[in-house]
Design a protein around this ligand. Sequence first.
Ligand SMILES: Cc1ncc(COP(=O)(O)O)c(C=O)c1O
Length: 397
Amino acid sequence: MKLLSPRDPMGIYQILFAFAKETGSYIGDPGTRPLSQGFPLTTRVPGGPELPSHLPVTAQDRMYPKADGTPALKKAIADYYNRHYGCRLTTDNVMLFAGGRPGLVALLWMMQKDLRVSIEETEYTPYWDMLRHCGRDYAIVASNEQNRFRPTLDDHRTAHQQAGGNERQLLLRSNPGNPTGVTLQPSDLDKLARWTTEPGFAAIVDEAYEFFAEPPASVLAHVKDLDAHNLFVVGAATKGLQSPGARTGWVIGPSRELETLKNFSSYGMGGISQLSQNYVLQLFQPAHIDAARNAIATFYGSQRRRYCEAMESLGFVDYTGTGGFYCWMKLPGGLTASEFNRRMFRQRAAILPGELCDMRRRGEQSPLRHFLRLSFGPRTVEDFDGDLAVIKASLRE
Ligand SMILES: Cc1ncc(COP(=O)(O)O)c(C=O)c1O
C-alpha cells in the first residue's frame, strides 16, 4: 500500500546519486571536484573576515525559539538592509526560516490561488518542484539562447497577458539568477519595485546571491515603505555569509503579510534553531557582514572572470551574466551536458546539466541539454588549474 505521493528528488540530487553510483564516493568528498554544487567556500575567502568558530549555549537557548525568529537577529537583519539600501524596515518586516527554500515554499504554498506566477524558462532548479507541489499556476517567460537568457521585466507582463491576464500576477525571479548569473540593473530593480505598488501585481525576488555581484544589490534599495508594496525578498546565510550548514534564511515583506507567515510557523514549523540564529547573529555584526560583503563580491567576481574566460578559450560559448558563482556555458561541437558529465564523472568531477534548469522540464528534448552550469562556489584559487585540466580532458575524450 502506497501512502505518500511519490516525489523525485530535486535535479541536483539526481547528479549526486548518479555520481555516487558511478564513482562510489560523494561529490564534495576529498579528491572529488564538486563543480556541480551550489555551495560557497565555508572557509575564509581572500581578503575576507575570519568566520566565528565558537557558540556559547545557555539554558535560554534550549527553550522553544520565537515563531518568527529571535528579536535580536530580526533587528540585525533589518538594520543591515537599512544601512546598505536606505530602506526603513522594522522587525515586523522580517521572518526567519530554516534556509531560503523553506521560505520560498511557505510563500508559494500560502499565496492566494488567483495569483498566477510568472517565471523565466531558465531558472533555479527547485522552483519547478516547488510550483508543482504547491499546485501553482504559472506562465513561462522565454529565457533562452535567442534572447541570451536576458528577458526583460516587460516580457513577464507580456507572458502573463498571453496566459489570460485575468488573474493577479506574481513575478518570481532569482537575482542574480541561478544558473545564468544574469543580474537586474538598478533601473530594472526600480521599475520592479514600482510595479509592486500596483494593485494586481506582486513579486518574490530571491536574493540568495546578493553578495555575488559587483556591487551587491537588492530591490530594497528602491523601496522606502515596504508596507506600501506587494513585495517579498528572500535571503539566506547560505551563500554570502558562507554558512549553508546554519540552515538560516529570511523572508522580508509587508508586515500585514508577515503576520500570516508567522501564524504558519506557530502550527507548522515551531520556529528555527535558536543555536543557528545565535551563530548567524554573529555573522550579522556590522564589522563582519560589511567586510564579508566586500570580499565575497571581489573574490567571486575575479573567480567568475577566470573560470568563464578559460572555458571560452576552450570553445565553450559564454552566456554568463555579472553575478552569482556559476559559469553558464554552451558546450562546443554539439556535445550534450549529460555526455560531458559522464566523462567528468570518470575524473571524479561533475557539472549541472542545463536541462535541469529548464522550467518546461523537456528532459532530453530540452534546448538546454547543450548547456551546463559550472559552479566555482566551493573552489579555491589553488583548485583552478586542476579543474581546468579535467574540463579540457573531458572535451577531448
Ligand atoms: C536561487 C537560490 N535561491 C535560494 C537558495 C537557498 O538555498 P538554501 O535553502 O540552502 O538556503 C539557493 C541555493 O542554492 C539558490 O540557488
